[in-house]
Design a protein around this ligand. Sequence first.
Ligand code: SF4
Length: 194
Amino acid sequence: MSGKDVLLHACCAPCAEYPVFDLMGQDIATEVLYFNPNIHPKFEFERRREQLVKLSSIDGFTCHFSDAFRIDDWLSHKWEGQYASRCLMCYDIRMDHVAKFAKENGYQRFSTSLLVSPYQNHEAIIASAERASEKYGIPFFYVDWRPHFREGQNMAREHGLYRQKYCGCIFSLDDSEFKEKIIASFPENWEAQR
Ligand code: SF4
């Protein structure tokens, strides 16, 4: 069921799988927003975006896309001095935009697929979403989807979705144990695109 009750922020298609399934399965009118300026390089940003287009077609939901790409916020270490880590800045940038978009476009509440991942800082995501909720005057719809993470990943596999092996920013690519394999999947000029 598509519609304007919940605006679900999708960090990527595999993580959106279970939350969308859960919300739509309860007949909660749901639309999705892809807003992830943290995903670098540009090739990867577009690759993950394409997977959400594919998922929206499979599941039949309306998806909105914001093509902001803010690598400078990460490369300039903008978070230092303001946040305890780059991830806290990353959550704030995304939750702020999602809450604002939800408020301005007539949704009743907002949520995020980040809540499905056991690899994210769950409490920090909640805190960030609650700040955005208060700032824009729109409820944050909290669900702990983490127990269904594997189920969602299996659904993504069955749908043939690309499942990335790093969180998103250029630093998480550096940290990934799969870094060489990931870079091998990029076009040759990938560094020029960042
Ligand atoms: S590791 Fe993930 S959550 Fe943290 S800053 Fe990078 S993309 Fe954002």
